[in-house]
Design a binder for this molecule. Structure first.
Ligand code: ADP
Ligand code: MG
Length: 368
């Protein structure tokens, strides 16, 4: 993002000089809208419900308040960030470490499933200030008493909508039961369905709300719809890639089977494509993301669950291989490109049947 497209400077906030300098060094010249709207409240200790689209800078928006109350000289877990997936937890951990390097020796530990529990237990025994993890594994550690949250000051529920979609409501409730009543709770979500509202009401006290327009800034995203017949659909993806030659593409399918089929079709056309979906084990998923990040694979084929919230920079194109029945999901998919002020392509392939959905999408996006 360029500072010209953004508003207020971080300098207006009660942050240490070292933190101000670090934010500058990270290239964060000005606050994003969600940061500008939420930080004055959260740095003052308020509970907060924040809704803003993917890529709007929510991680920094919760990292600054949790660091604000953190005392690195105190060897206890003082902040917990719950995330839906390990990839997101890894990204959040990386971002917190970058922001926290302005302070002395803040230890951040990731606790997610898919990794052996023993090394995590050993790391916990060495002490950590901030835990970032998935609800299931965090709960596991609480049950084993390898994790203690008695000194917790800040609880963050990141991507709350996605955590609910993934069935974490009960796990979250159990984790919250281990947290002190006196704490700051921050809830971040890209969408705000009823379930999230219920969750918020259950766990938050007198929460402030900041909800930014749900619509992505589509001005930098060029959207195109193509009508296809069913037999043409997968082949059409190859034609689009061939014609526009984007350096990096995320192709969304509605099902895992469709992902597998598309990868096979693209590979037969000599295009290096890899799939990312829930059936892959963690190591394979990491491997796929590394290959996509380093450019050795230019097309990632994913389901919505697998792709949600990943901060993939420089995504030149998004392809909707199927049109999703959910207009909000469509908005999310398209919003994965054209991020951080870059322009991007969004291609959608629609059968005659799906054209009705396209009409709804057009309506939605025509709305101010
Ligand atoms: P979200 O959680 O809302 O999807 P992220 O926290 O992943 O968004 O941030 C998206 C990108 O924006 C990241 O690459 C992050 O480093 C960057 N970013 C965050 N805050 C700023 C800022 N103030 N100025 C410029 N870039 C920022
Ligand atoms: Mg996020």
């Amino acid at each position: 993002m360029t500072s010209s497209s953004l508003g207020a400077s971080f300098a207006a906030l009660p942050l240490s000089e070292a933190m101000q300098a670090n934010l500058q060094a990270l290239g964060y010249a000005a606050m994003t809208p969600i940061q500008a709207a939420s930080l004055p409240l959260t740095l003052a200790g308020k509970d907060l419900i924040a809704q803003a689209k993917t890529g709007s800078g929510k991680t920094v928006a919760f990292t600054l308040p949790l660091l604000h109350t953190l005392d690195a000289k105190r060897f206890a877990v003082q902040a917990l960030v719950l995330c839906p997936t390990r990839e997101l937890a890894d990204q959040v951990t990386t971002e917190i470490r970058r922001v926290a390097r302005a302070e002395d020796n803040v230890k951040v530990l990731t606790l997610c499933g898919g990794s052996p529990i023993r090394p995590q237990t050993e790391s916990l025994a060495h002490g950590a200030h901030i835990i970032v993890g998935t609800p299931g594994r965090v709960l596991d550690h609480l049950g084993r008493e390898s994790l203690n949250l008695d000194a917790l000051q800040t609880l963050v529920l990141d991507e709350a909508d996605r955590m609910l979609d993934m069935g974490f409501a009960d796990d979250i409730a159990q984790v919250v039961a281990h947290c002190p009543k006196q704490r700051q709770t921050l809830l971040f979500s890209a969408t705000y369905p009823e379930g999230v509202d219920k969750l918020a009401r259950r766990f938050m006290r007198d929460a402030q709300e900041v909800k930014l327009a749900e619509r992505h800034d589509t001005s930098l995203i060029r959207q195109r719809f193509y009508e296809v017949t069913e037999p043409e659909r997968l082949h059409a993806v190859g034609l689009l890639l061939d014609h526009f030659r984007p350096a990096s593409t995320l192709a969304f399918c509605n099902t895992k089977q469709q992902c597998r089929d598309l990868v096979a079709v693209l590979q037969a056309q000599g295009i290096v494509a890899l799939e990312l979906h829930g059936d892959l084990d963690q190591r394979d998923r990491d491997q796929v993301l590394v290959r996509f990040a380093n450019g050795s694979c230019s097309v990632l084929v994913a389901t919505d669950v697998a792709a949600r919230g990943l901060d993939i920079a420089q995504l030149e194109a998004v392809i909707n291989v199927d049109i999703t029945p959910d207009t909000e999901v469509h908005t999310h998919r398209v919003g994965r490109t054209g991020r951080a002020g870059e322009s991007g392509w969004a291609f959608s392939l629609a059968s005659m049947d799906e054209m009705g959905r396209v009409g709804r999408i057009d309506q939605m996006q025509g709305r101010a």
